[in-house]
Design a protein around this ligand. Structure first.
Ligand SMILES: C[S@@+](CC[C@H](N)C(=O)[O-])C[C@H]1O[C@@H](n2cnc3c(N)ncnc32)[C@H](O)[C@@H]1O
Length: 533
């Protein structure tokens, strides 16, 4: 899609549905966004001490981030930009309401560099935006040029494999005729998905997706005008080609490449490989969030130990001072940005922090800067030439008796990789199956049931997948109009009846090819395999 068409589509979407939908009066405690403090991010990336008045650019800021960054960085100069004027208006109003006055706002299209703010930045935040662009590499190269030599870019993109359920829901919504252009559609899509059987994986994926509770979130997730995911290899190549090097993975412990390489015996691999592996095996359980530096940045440095400036620096604002005093008197919870591993600060630690003493528990809690190198030790990226072939293979519509069910294609992908690319020397497949099977689909955090006990399900699942992999190549079809389902007429009748039961669905004529695809998405969830003739 041409760049300007894509920007127009997305502008229309985010003008109508500014994201995220958070009440204007919702407040963040001033200690909460401590991991968004530019000094903290520079420390994690080994960039050394930050300038006294750092410049921050939030590129694609949405309605909330300017407020969070302003709270985290009271001494910074912040520029917040977005394609959507509605989002900017809401973000500005939120900052004004919460008396955060050090943020400037401007409309910017990341696909058009002539609209970008002037100058260089010590921190660029680009969270959940790049996968909306027609040419993410061009934008990333531009962002890299706007970094100061030791500057940090914090980037979030969706993972390709772990997000497959969301992409399937997008496809379902599209086939049903839901669009972001209709105000009533998010709520009607929600009602439809909630009417699916409880054990349906798409219902599970929808209801456990936090944003599905509000309409803007439903649009951003399931009625999006064109986003995408990146595999670990694609992200690694993108960063390298843009002249960036990962400085710190802003992940929970189980998704950090270094930690997991150790646990999985993947010591001699690169970061892209390990992240790709975690994503494929559905063990990432979050998005890719990387803090990257310029490839020509000075070498990483470990600074002398210093307490986090938000807790020990000159206090700004009465509320913040009162909060610190309360922490020192009673201790308390300091939420982490990853919404996991919140810090529970004991009063003695809070007092130590205030006096610049770095206790071991403060180090572990991440409230101390310096003293350690937090960067990844694995090499950043090596290309995997077989990936395009694997992606094509997994996405192909395979036909014949007992073809892999497209609804579960992403679950087959990890096995496909192991079997089709023995040169990668992946850890023992049986061992990995053992790790995985207690949660047959760990992304959904529960065992898949195919009408058996969970144990029986796991055994059957294992046997079926291994049997499938041992078979020869199955034929493929170019599209749904080329295939028939087993008991085709009956299956079509069942989908038609299901759709008739929902008079609230958008009225439209649905070709048989679409009905067959809908049958798989809506009715074919109780089997790993389908028969497509
Ligand atoms: C998923 S939202 C993320 C918002 C914010 N970064 C956050 O994490 O809350 C994506 C944002 O990117 C913005 N956006 C999409 N395409 C853009 C483009 N070409 N240039 C600038 N912003 C864009 C949208 O307007 C929207 O606010």
């Amino acid at each position: 899609m041409p760049t300007s068409t894509k920007s127009q589509l997305l502008r229309a979407q985010y003008e109508a549905w500014p994201y995220p939908q958070v009440p204007l009066l919702a407040t963040l405690p001033s200690t909460h966004p401590f991991e968004l403090h530019v000094a903290w991010l520079w420390d994690r990336c080994g960039s050394g001490p930050v300038p006294s008045r750092p410049r921050i650019w939030i590129a694609g800021c949405g309605t909330f981030q300017p407020y969070a960054f302003a709270v985290a960085n009271p001494r910074a100069e912040i520029v917040a930009t977005d394609l959507s004027a509605t989002s900017l208006r809401l973000a500005r109003r939120r900052c004004a309401l919460h008396r955060q006055r050090h943020v400037q706002f401007a409309p910017v299209d990341l696909a058009d560099e002539s609209t970008w703010p002037a100058g260089e930045f010590d921190l660029i935040e680009c969270y959940g935006v790049l996968m909306n662009l027609a040419d993410p590499l061009a934008a990333l190269r531009g962002l890299r040029r706007r970094l100061t030599p030791r500057g940090v870019l914090r980037l979030m993109v969706y993972p390709y494999w772990s997000r497959q359920r969301v992409f399937q829901l997008q496809r379902l919504a599209h086939l049903l005729g839901f669009t972001a252009a209709e105000r009533s559609h998010p709520a009607r899509l929600r009602a439809f998905v909630r009417s699916l059987p409880r054990e349906h994986p798409l219902r599970w994926a929808f209801t456990t997706y936090a944003d599905s509770r509000n309409d803007a979130g439903v649009v951003d997730g399931f009625l999006h005008q064109g986003d995408r995911g990146f595999t670990g290899f694609q992200l690694g190549a993108l960063l390298r080609d843009a002249g960036l090097v990962p400085g710190h993975w802003f992940h929970r412990p189980w998704a950090r490449p270094d930690t997991m390489a150790g646990r999985l015996g993947l010591h001699d691999r690169d970061q892209s490989f390990v992240l790709n592996y975690l994503d494929l095996w559905q063990e990432l359980r979050g998005n890719f969030v990387v803090c990257a530096r310029r490839g020509d940045a000075p070498p990483r440095e470990v600074q002398p130990v210093a307490p986090h400036p938000l807790f020990a620096g000159p206090a700004h604002g009465l509320r913040h001072r009162l909060r610190l005093q309360r922490l020192r008197a009673f201790g308390g919870r300091v939420p982490a940005r990853t919404q996991d591993g919140d810090v529970v600060l004991r009063p003695a630690d809070a007092r130590a922090l205030a006096h610049g003493v770095a206790t071991a528990s403060l180090h572990d809690a991440g409230l101390v800067l310096g003293g350690r190198d937090h960067g990844p030790t694995l090499p950043p990226h090596r290309d995997f030439a077989g990936e395009p072939d694997l992606l094509r293979h997994v996405a192909a519509l395979r036909t014949g008796r007992r073809a892999p069910n497209p609804l579960y294609a992403h679950l087959f992908a990890a096995f496909e990789l192991a079997v089709r690319h023995p040169e990668l020397g992946l850890p023992d497949l049986d061992g990995q199956l053992g790790r995985w099977l207690p949660w047959a689909d760990p992304l959904e955090q529960r065992p898949i049931r195919f009408g058996l006990t969970p144990y029986g399900t796991c055994q059957r699942y294992r046997a079926n997948v291994l049997e499938h992999l041992a078979r020869g190549e199955l034929p493929t079809a170019a599209g749904w109009d080329e295939v028939r389902l087993r008991a085709d007429a009956e299956a079509l009748g069942r989908v038609r009846a299901l759709l008739r039961d929902h008079p609230d669905l958008p009225a439209q004529r649905r070709p048989e090819a679409e009905l067959r695809e809908l049958w798989v998405l809506l009715c074919g969830h109780d089997s790993l395999f389908v028969t497509l003739g």
